[in-house]
Ligand binder design. Structure first.
Ligand code: ADP
Ligand code: ASP
Ligand code: MG
Length: 471
């Protein structure tokens, strides 16, 4: 079996964690499986890089950061690479990457402009620092391994900060570079999160994007499975740091996994599932801190025996944009104009709701995009505002809470349970939306109510037990 194994930031967060990751890789190699590894940056490093880049663009960056980054990686190397010559090689590699980091920051502090392209060049360095350590740790366990920059193999569009793979080119390069290594039983360690345009300019797939790298490479290598090693026992009925009673879902479908990730379950980057789904590659989410736990398996069927709602998620840091006015009724084109503006602003709409009276449409976008969208909407709908067809275009910070499950379709009483549970907690629902797929009910609530809403729904659907749907 060929497995792509991805290790998240906490799973490579220290020398001990990297040693454990290497053990998990070599365990599979010794069983005769073939393994390609994808690594994230050491936890906290990507944030440090981004903060430094932002500071450098305002001339206030602290050059001591380079030393700090070196120390973090050196401390791991000292434990992981016992032979001195090997350690020197790894540290020289790390220094080379830090040289680049320093030069980029220096340049930034001169030009004072942090473009998305420059931010990608800097934020992706964390994975380039981690990969040589992970490869060295695998070699220390007597298996062949080499760090590979994904810029060599993962070819993307030039949408900096959220690049998309160009699959034909990526497949050709991945097969050529990784194929022979994997076939010979070596374990290449590829940097997650990053890629490069066809011209070789470094890009990133977006925050948390190493999961996506793993599924892209899984497809490119015709892998049998993709394993996402993280710090919890798989995909759970809610975020375990928010709901103590959350339970692992042993089997979920591709569509459930996608909905969960899209609606805020950080355990998987929301784009991870699609490439795997297209090729029907099973994805497992496993805990590197508790590897004997079977985790979650994502497959076509999921677990059809569980009816109704399977999990509850929330998205914070979003804004509700509302367009309202009694004169909107029957005036064609307002909705089209509004969404044209949103598209022009390259803003991603997470949820839409329209009152059947047509007096109000509202939609949810990322809070950081709200001021720009609001301004552009007011300009585009100036005529309708002046005429009084539209009375108000407003934005408010909110959270979206979603109840998700394939078998919600055809299970009566779900909406009643949702509203009953929130009503009992005196949580006001600002807007609701249910897709026609009936896999998801999403609710807009005040940001401060999100945690209580998630807990109330988790409790109401008995997700701490087997998830019985109330009659
Ligand atoms: P990694 O660094 O391994 O990529 P992340 O921090 O990106 O890990 O994702 C794992 C985290 O996702 C967990 O620690 C947990 O707090 C959070 N999380 C949010 N929702 C869920 C969920 N439904 N199931 C499991 N974990 C979740
Ligand atoms: N290191 C990147 C981030 O922190 C990618 C990842 O961890 O998946 O966003
Ligand atoms: Mg992650």
């Amino acid at each position: 079996m060929l497995i792509v194994m991805k290790f998240g930031g906490t799973s490579v967060g220290s020398a001990d964690r990297i040693a454990q990751a290497a053990r998990l890789v070599t365990d599979q190699l010794s069983k005769g499986h073939r393994v390609a590894v994808v690594t994230s940056a050491i936890s906290g490093v990507t944030n440090m890089l981004i903060d430094t880049a932002r500071a450098a663009s305002k001339v206030q960056w602290d050059p001591a950061i380079r030393r700090k980054l070196f120390d973090i990686h050196q401390a791991a190397a000292v434990t992981l690479v016992p032979d001195e010559a090997g350690r020197k090689t790894v540290l020289a590699e790390i220094e080379r990457r830090l040289d680049r980091f320093e030069k980029l920051c220096f340049g930034l502090s001169m030009v004072h402009e942090l473009t998305p392209r420059l931010l990608d060049a800097i934020s992706g360095i964390g994975e380039m620092l981690a990969a040589p350590l992970v490869a060295a740790a695998i070699r220390a366990r007597a298996c062949r391994s080499e760090a590979i920059d994904a810029t060599e193999i993962l070819v993307t569009t030039d949408q900096f900060g959220g690049a998309e793979p160009l699959m034909d080119e990526t497949r050709a390069r991945t097969m050529a570079r990784l194929g022979p290594m994997v076939t010979h039983g070596d374990a290449p360690v590829v940097t997650g999160f990053i890629g490069a345009t066809i011209d070789g300019v470094q890009t990133t797939l977006g925050r948390g994007g190493s999961d996506y790298s793993a599924s892209i490479l899984g497809v490119a290598l015709d892998a049998d499975e993709v394993w996402i090693w993280t710090d919890v026992d798989g995909v759970m009925t809610a975020n375990p740091s928010e709901v103590a009673a959350a339970r692992t879902l042993s089997e979920i479908s591709y569509s459930e996994a996608s909905e969960l990730a899209y609606y805020g379950a950080k355990v998987l980057h929301y784009k991870t599932i699609l490439p795997a789904f297209r090729k029907r590659i099973p994805v497992r989410i496993l805990n590197s801190f508790n590897p004997s736990h079977p985790g979650t398996r994502v497959s076509v069927e999921g677990d059809p025996s569980v009816p109704g709602v399977k999990a509850v998620t929330s998205i914070r840091g979003v804004s509700l944009i509302g367009i309202s006015g009694t004169g909107m009724q029957g005036i064609p084109g307002i909705v089209a104009k509004a969404f044209d503006v949103v598209a022009e602003q390259q803003s991603n709409v997470l949820m839409i709701s329209q009152a059947s009276s047509e007096n109000n449409i509202c939609f949810v976008i990322s809070a950081s995009e709200a001021p720009g969208v609001l301004k552009a909407l007011k300009a585009a709908l100036e005529f309708e505002l002046a005429r009084g067809h539209i009375e108000e275009i407003a934005s408010q910070p909110v959270a979206v809470v979603a109840a998700i499950g394939d078998r919600m379709r055809g299970t009566p009483g779900i909406a009643a349970t949702v509203f009953g549970a929130l009503g009992a907690e005196r949580i006001n629902v600002i807007a609701i939306s249910q897709g026609s797929s009936e896999r998801n009910i999403s609710l807009v609530v005040e940001e401060g109510d999100a945690a209580a809403a998630v807990r109330a729904l988790h409790q109401a659907f008995r997700l701490d037990q087997t998830g019985v749907v109330p009659a």
